[in-house]
Design a protein around this ligand. Structure first.
Ligand SMILES: NC(=O)c1ccc[n+]([C@@H]2O[C@H](COP(=O)([O-])OP(=O)(O)OC[C@H]3O[C@@H](n4cnc5c(N)ncnc54)[C@H](OP(=O)(O)O)[C@@H]3O)[C@@H](O)[C@H]2O)c1
Length: 320
């Protein structure tokens, strides 16, 4: 059987790297587009055996260059997303709304088998968040240009390579107390990165076209519970102090002046809404790919890096 070729945008990120490992082990070939081959090629290339992976450096809006890649592709996967806007065209509108529409148009023109796009859970509800609105517009543009695309909407995705549990464990280590917003009551259904890439792989293998699928982990946990679990795992005690909204907005506005803000006012608005199944769309359970990985048990596998004593603080060494 002919080896299928997956064209991946955003393959250097958390989900992308896990997906490259999974797909190439299953004998798919991957073409990965990055903006910075000098910085990212090592991390991309080391995810797969030689011969399974091609890396292409491109500006994602250089349609002439990316068009050529569609000629060789069977499936296109878009993993590009941003949490805050930056200068030089890195806006929610460009990255989340217009770019996915361009990819969908090219998928249609080159008659690709599937276009899999990673959107986000809860975007219908978060009506005052620019992030959510732009993701929703992106979905609409995709479905207009390539109606048989598959759109996956994950809750928070975590793994040793994330910017979520790892950043929080660093901050919880360094700060004497930690502010929580909306009393830490916002609910999430965190999904392990490997469970999400199992879903992507299932969609590819079963040719699941034309669906919006919500992707969640097996538990519903509040923001405060997440922080408490992380504190327990790294064996630290910190006061979790509810921050009044006016103060939260003020600090977020200050953070926005930083090149990599810890939180923005838009993220603060997003945090108001529970990030759980809407029950209006199918979910990963419905398509036969339940998530089996539990948050605390998975983070336990890598949290030792944030513990005093590192690996020597793990049960394995403590027992001796
Ligand atoms: N992680 C989560 O908790 C989560 C939850 C819900 C939805 N999602 C969505 O899932 C997708 C993948 O998430 P992820 O966590 O793997 O993302 P990630 O680690 O942040 O990586 C995304 C990749 O996108 C590319 N990228 C970032 N900004 C870009 C820009 N301005 N222009 C062009 N390319 C850009 C980067 O590739 P290069 O630097 O190589 O070009 C980067 O490796 C995103 O769409 C995200 O919104 C993630």
């Amino acid at each position: 059987m002919k080896q299928k070729n997956c064209l991946i945008f955003g393959g250097s990120g958390q989900i992308g790297r896990n997906l490259i490992r999974k797909l190439t082990k299953k004998n798919y070939k991957v073409m990965v587009v990055t903006r910075n081959i000098h910085q990212k090629s090592y991390i991309i290339k080391t995810q797969a055996n030689a011969g399974y992976i091609d890396i292409i450096e491109a500006n994602i809006f250089d349609e002439v260059k990316i068009r050529k890649l569609f000629d060789k592709a069977d499936i296109c996967i878009n993993l590009i997303g941003i949490l805050f806007e930056k200068k030089r065209g890195n806006t929610f509108r460009n990255i989340h709304s217009l770019f996915p529409g361009i990819l969908a148009k090219l998928c249609k023109e080159y008659n690709l088998e599937n276009f899999i796009h990673i959107s986000a859970l809860g975007i219908n509800d978060a009506i005052d968040s620019e992030y959510a609105k732009s993701k929703l517009d992106g979905e609409k543009n995709i479905l207009t240009n390539f109606p048989s695309a598959t759109i996956l909407r994950p809750s928070i995705v975590y793994s040793v390579d994330d910017n979520f549990t790892t950043n929080f464990m660093t901050l919880l280590n360094r700060m004497p107390f930690f502010p929580i917003y909306y009393n830490g009551k916002t609910k999430f259904m965190p999904i392990h990165c490997s469970d999400l890439t199992d879903i992507i792989s299932h969609v590819i293998e079963n040719n699941t076209n034309s669906q919006i699928i919500e992707c969640v982990g097996p538990e519903t946990i509040s923001f405060k519970e997440i922080l408490n679990k992380l504190l327990k795992l790294i064996e630290k005690k910190r006061a979790l102090i509810p921050s009044p909204l006016f103060l939260a907005k003020f600090t977020a506005a200050l953070f926005e002046l930083f090149p990599q803000p810890l939180i923005t006012r838009d993220q603060l608005r997003l945090l108001k809404y529970d990030n759980v199944l809407s029950k209006k769309y199918k979910n990963n359970l419905d398509i036969g790919v339940p998530s089996n990985r539990f948050f605390e048990a998975e983070v336990k596998k890598y949290c030792y890096m944030w513990k005093d004593g590192g690996q020597y603080a793990t049960d394995k060494y403590q027992d001796k």
